[in-house]
Write a protein that binds this ligand. Structure first.
Ligand code: MRU
Length: 361
């Protein structure tokens, strides 16, 4: 089998080395470079700098990172173990604020420590090891299920517009928004995928096109401001995007530019779908305006990617990394437990009910 980007594991735990292995996404598509990270500060930096990125992949990396930190805590006393563990957890949690999968994975790990306070520290460490591995294994299954549901909404040859990278590189396999496309490829289907380049960090240009081409998908790159034109041309049958945090009312926070796409899709009568695991739905947040939006450094706009700075030195810069698509613009939210539709406050609750039943069963 020819080794291409689709065959790489982008987030992994190496137990011989006691290291988190990530594919450095800041180097793509020019260079395939694996990073071996052992130190908690380096793992924090890797998340902050987007060397590992995409909500589910951040959660998986954080789970592995916290396990490695726990392994290094040298005490047999539960109280002192828990206090050091909690400190490491809070530190990793401070790396990026918007994607809820980060705190979701870290809370899952902390729950193991709390629920097993009566066990000895080496047993707790083993349970933490199992939990972080489970977070990754479940993600593969989850993404596949999202792909299955997504495939019921499109047909062979359809044109799909996507934004940022919610593909395999952002998860452990298949992706979320791109899961139907990759799963469709496994079944001999093909789609015409239009990728917004996704200013300022170019996840669409550098990552989505890279993985789609590697999978043999008919891929076209457009600048973000061309989305309206391709919709007007009649080339788009559906918009598929991922999410970083979905509020209980269905408002969906994703890479900056997503909200504009949702408005355009409504204008042109094109269905707009958000594809995300239930771990991205934050039922504690009632509406999108309560979601904390990460602000990033101004250099990402003024000089990154350019040979020389392309804006006056004293210009003010506003660089929010995410925005919120209002729920009334969203046709459906595709999760591993089915497709939620309006009214989302009700359908998302139903989705969580099936999740609970499924876990029991
Ligand atoms: O800043 P990034 O690159 O981490 O932002 C990623 C996105 O916005 C993705 O669409 C989202 O995390 C879903 S990934 C399956």
């Amino acid at each position: 089998m020819k080794k291409n980007i689709m065959n790489f594991e982008n987030v992994a735990l190496n137990e011989q080395e006691d290291a988190l292995i990530i594919l450095d996404q800041t180097k793509l598509p020019c260079e395939i470079k694996m990073l071996h990270l052992k130190d908690l500060k380096d793992i924090w930096q890797a998340i902050y700098k987007l060397q590992v990125r995409g909500a589910p992949a951040i959660g998986i990396a954080a789970g592995f990172g916290l396990y490695l930190a726990a392994k290094n805590i040298d005490t047999n006393d539960y109280e002192s173990f828990f206090s050091k563990f909690h400190e490491a957890k809070e530190f990793l949690n401070s790396s990026r604020p918007t994607a809820v999968n980060l705190s979701w994975a870290l809370n899952r790990m902390e729950k193991i420590v709390i629920n097993n306070h009566n066990k000895n520290i080496s047993e707790i460490k083993e349970l933490l090891r199992e939990e972080c591995i489970a977070i990754k294994t479940e993600d593969i299954f989850t993404c596949k299920k999202i792909g299955e549901y997504g495939l019921t909404l499109i047909k062979n040859g359809d044109g799909i517009l996507t934004h940022c990278n919610a593909g395999q590189l952002a998860t452990s396999k298949y992706g979320t928004a791109l899961a139907p496309i990759h799963l469709g490829r496994e079944r001999g289907m093909n789609f015409r995928v239009y990728c917004d380049e996704t200013r300022p960090l170019l996840q669409g240009a550098r990552l989505s096109t890279f993985e789609l081409i590697a999978d043999g998908v008919d891929t076209t790159l457009i600048c973000d401001n061309m989305a309206s034109q391709v919709m007007k041309n009649g080339w788009i049958n559906a918009v598929f995007v991922g999410a970083d945090r979905i509020a209980a009312n269905g408002d969906s926070c994703n890479k900056i530019g997503t909200s504009g796409l949702a408005i355009l899709a409504k204008y042109y009568g094109i269905p707009f779908y958000v594809l995300a695991p239930t771990s991205t739905i934050d039922m504690n947040i009632s509406k999108g305006s309560d979601i904390i939006i990460e602000q990033r450094p101004s250099e990402e706009i003024t000089e990154m990617w350019y040979e020389k700075r392309m804006a006056p030195n004293d210009v003010k810069v506003y660089n929010p990394a995410f925005d919120v698509a209002d729920n009334e613009l969203i046709t459906g939210i595709i999760t591993e437990y089915g497709i939620a539709r309006q009214p989302f406050s009700k359908s998302l609750e139903e989705i969580f009910k099936s999740a609970k039943n499924n876990k029991r069963g």
